[in-house]
Ligand binder design. Sequence first.
Ligand SMILES: [Zn+2]
Length: 102
Amino acid sequence: MTSMVSTHLPILLWILVSFLFGFIGEERGLKYWKTFLISLFLTPIVGYIYIHKNGTKQQIVKQTNQNIKKKKHVPTWKCPECGEENPRGTHICSSCGNDLMA
Ligand SMILES: [Zn+2]
């Protein structure tokens, strides 16, 4: 019985990883079944390379979108001299050059 488990577990993991890569591929604009079958028949390593080579562009777009969103939520503090909103942590006002840490 134990030998049954030990021989079937890697195959199960292989299939699970292939499914997972299918999902990741789909998320990056690739065909779910294509990514899944590549991982299943050509090893998950090839599936990973496939996702990495063909799905990177969308991932970069996603990351830049996230960065833009993050920038919008940056807390600001108002310059007491000119009223310019500066990102928190800024030492010198970007508008008038007033020392904000003083
Ligand atoms: Zn200022």
